[in-house]
Design a binder for this molecule. Sequence first.
Ligand code: ASP
Length: 324
Amino acid sequence: MLKKTFSTALLGCAALLMSGAALAQYPTKPITLLVPYAPGPTDTVARIMAQAMTKPIGTTFVVENRPSNGGILAPELLTKANPDGYTILIHHIGMATTPALYRQLRFKPLEDFEYIGLINEVPMTLIGRANLPPSNLKDLLAYIKANSAKMSLANAGIGAASHLCGMLFQSAIQVDLLTVPYKGTGPAMNDLLGGQVDFMCDQTTSTTGQIKGGKVKAYAVTSPKRIAALPDIPTLEEGGVKGAEVGIWHGLYAPKGTPKPVIDKLVAALQAAMKDPGLEHRFTELGAVSYPADKQTPAALEAHLKSEIAKWAPIIKKAGVYAD
Ligand code: ASP
């Protein structure tokens, strides 16, 4: 209680310190954008956003990758950052799944942050190394059943989107595979390309190019419908795999106590960036679907986060997966 009062007082001081000229002039230096994974799909969305928000906000962004197992370090770092608008975070669905997955999470998604807004939703693809024998989803399912003891499924640790997708997939087809965690699906992709792991779920932001270039085998998309960027790839549901549908949504967060005028400027920059035709073209190419303008707001991100926490908690509980 005492700690809470003390930290609330500190936040108040930070806001006061920023009052007047600093608030009016914000931003006067580059803004750090924390990314919870090594360079890979989330980093791609982060860099596209950083570039598109630069002009509207009037300063540059420094994209800082702070990878950790499951992406839990970067949100924790945000709780310790100054609430002055110079450190913000991009995160995805992991912000909603980690509370159910971790017994001792060092941040509270619904209490510790200010919300800026939703960005986009990206489907996942189920992909395999180029020389994995099956060539379609039906054959893959049969192959996995026959070889489950020796197959490896890569992910970015408990709490990552790739982990969630892989968990849903294993539970849908009722197999238990060896999973290999990485600090992001970027490094996992390197090992998949090198043939060290067999398959994984990864966002289209990273996989579209590899699939089109024939560097990996694509078996399915995790969206309810096929996606325009990869029209030949069936949905999991088409292949009879039910209950593994998942869309990876991204949002922007600031430390708790960031003054409202600063948040307002960040929201305005987000909304201006999302109108940039270059950004829209890039997202479409990568299979990402932008949220409409009324979702690019703090209230919409908060509401979405709440509903996603409520949606995933029972599913994760049923799967019985936990980390400490
Ligand atoms: N999207 C994460 C990344 O950028 C990994 C994940 O969530 O699975 O690496």
